[in-house]
Each structure stands twice: as C-alpha cells, then as structure tokens.
Design a protein around this ligand. Structure first.
Ligand SMILES: NC(=O)c1ccc[n+]([C@@H]2O[C@H](COP(=O)([O-])OP(=O)(O)OC[C@H]3O[C@@H](n4cnc5c(N)ncnc54)[C@H](O)[C@@H]3O)[C@@H](O)[C@H]2O)c1
Length: 287
C-alpha cells in the first residue's frame, strides 16, 4: 500500500514536471525571435509574454494601460533573458499598430509572431450592464473596435513584414461567446465570431508566403476570479497557462499544419445545453 502511494506521488511529480518541460521546450522554439503581443499588461497576454521571454524570445508588449505594461516589462527584463519592450498602444488606432510593428522591426529586424489578446466584453469593461437595445453607441463602438478592429489593425500592420520574410504566425483570440452570443455585450460575441472568420482570410492571403493564422477561442479562464462561476461541463474554468500553452504549441513549428481554423478550448462549455447558459453576466450575477 505504502509503495503504491509513493509510486502515485512519483507519477504525479513526474507528470507535472514534464508538463513544465513541455511548455519550456515549446517556448524555446521562439528563442531569438520576436513576438508582438497586444493586451500584454495582464491576463493571458502577460502570461504569454513571460513564458516566451523566459526562453529567450523578444516580446513587444502592447497595451493601453501604460503603468501596467511598463511594470510588467520591467519585471520580465529583471530576469535577463528575452527582452521585453513596453509599448503604450491603443489597438483601436491604426497609427499605434503601425508604430508598434515599426518599433519591433527597428529593434530586432523581425516579427515572427503576433498574438491579438487585447479585448473584453464591452458591458463589463465599460461597466454598462444593460441589454443591447439600451447600450450607448460609445459602448457598442468599444466592443467592436477593441475586439475586432484591434486585431485587424495589428494584423494589417505586422503581416507585410511576415510576408516579406516568408514566415510568421498571427493568432487571434476568440471566445465561446463568439458561438453563444451575449444579450448585453452583444458586440463582444459579434466581434469574436468575426475573428473566427478573419483568420480564414488571413490564411488565404498568407499561405503563399508561409504565413499562418488561426484563432483560439477559450471558455472561462481564471484571469479573474469571477470566471470560476461560469459553468462548464467539466466543472472548472481553465488556468491562463493552459490556454497559453495551447496557443504556443500551435504557433510553434509543431503546429505547422494549422492555419485558417478556430480552436475551442473551453472545458466543455459549448457541450452544455445552450438554454442553461447566459453569457458572462451569469458569472457577474453570482458574485
Ligand atoms: N478570461 C476569459 O475567461 C476569456 C475567455 C474567452 C476569451 N477571452 C479573451 O482572451 C483575451 C484576453 O483575456 P484576459 O482575460 O487575459 O484579459 P485581461 O482583461 O486580463 O487583459 C486584457 C488587456 O487588454 C488591454 N486593453 C484593453 N483595451 C485595450 C486597447 N484599446 N488597446 C490596447 N490594449 C487594451 C487591457 O489593458 C488589458 O491589459 C481577450 O480578448 C478576451 O476576450 C478571455
């Protein structure tokens, strides 16, 4: 019995250490390369920046949150591996996207990876908890501009360098809400489903030049405690690192066959009967 317990402990330890080794091995394929990451001051954008930089990738951390992104880049640079650049940028402005891409080219001469994380449900981010038909137009614009145009602008700004180099990967971050819809943050779901289609266009334009594009659409992710209350069929919300590992695996050479597709990683959220789910407000209401 004691032997069985010891063996189980050994297996669990071996499994968890090999999981970290796999993450490092995948991130190491970006060593010496350059990633442009939007929404990098927090959540999955920050987690991706740390994961890549600790294996020697240079990361251009683009975010509207000046204080947050500078602090995050300083912390990554203190580790002394890949270099982190804090880029204060509003993804709704094409000039900011162009400036971010130009900076990456000026400093490192390449853009190997673009990940569009900046986004959020407009009802939550603009604190406007109303049904769509009562939403101010500014809230509607925020939802479309940050979640859809932001990714379009950054892709438009970065992709020419990838096409010229005949290599590169663009990742858009969708959401299960892009399939479910949301009665309050209706632009969030609309924009996310737009990204599901956008990567098809990117793949068609990029394939002749070896440029890939795909979308990852998570279910609830614990970048905020409230997400734990959003139901899934497995009964839990994903850890940010799980989503990041999935994104980086497909962005790495291991994912060389992946382009033009949307990949759901949702702990079975979409496997639930639709009538039992009501979007992110379900989590907010249970607070
Ligand atoms: N957390 C979840 O449960 C979940 C689920 C599905 C999809 N997603 C998507 O994943 C992405 C990341 O989510 P997260 O939970 O890590 O987010 P987060 O809220 O932790 O981070 C979003 C970042 O985007 C930045 N941002 C907002 N507006 C911006 C703008 N105009 N210009 C530049 N940066 C801006 C914010 O400052 C913030 O740092 C989002 O697109 C989100 O919609 C999240």
């Amino acid at each position: 019995m004691k032997g069985m317990i010891l063996f189980s402990v050994f297996c669990i330890a071996a499994l968890s250490s090999s999981a970290d080794e796999i993450t490092s091995a995948i991130a190491a394929t970006f060593s010496g390369k350059t990633a442009v990451i939007t929404g990098a001051a927090s959540g999955m954008g920050l987690c991706t920046s740390k994961t890549l930089a600790q294996e020697g990738c240079n990361v251009f951390m683009c975010d509207i949150n000046e204080k947050g992104v500078k602090k995050a880049a300083d912390e990554i640079n203190a580790l002394g591996k890949g270099k982190a650049y804090a880029v204060v940028a509003d993804v709704r402005k094409f000039a900011d996207a162009e400036r971010s891409a130009a900076l990456a080219m000026e400093k490192t001469g390449r853009i190997d990876l673009l990940i569009n994380y900046a986004g959020g449900n407009e009802a939550r981010c603009c604190k406007s908890f109303k049904p769509f038909y009562e939403q101010p137009v500014e809230v509607i614009d925020w939802g479309l501009d940050v979640n859809l145009k932001g990714a379009v602008y950054f892709s438009r700004a970065c992709m020419p360098y990838m096409v010229k180099a005949k290599s590169g990967v663009i990742v858009c971050i969708g959401s299960v809400t892009g399939f479910e819809g949301d009665g309050c943050g209706s632009m969030y779901g609309t924009a996310k489903s737009g990204l599901h289609n956008f990567v098809v266009g990117l793949a068609k334009a990029g394939s002749p030049y070896g440029v890939r594009a795909f979308c990852v659409s998570p279910g609830p992710v614990l970048t905020r405690p409230a997400m734990a209350k959003m139901t899934t069929s497995l009964g839990f919300a994903s850890q940010p690192q799980e989503i990041v590992d999935y994104v980086l695996y497909m962005a790495s050479p291991k994912g060389r066959s992946v382009t033009g597709t949307t990949h759901i990683i949702d702990a079975g959220r979409l496997a639930l009967p639709r009538s039992s789910t009501s979007g992110f407000l379900e989590a907010e209401k249970k607070k």
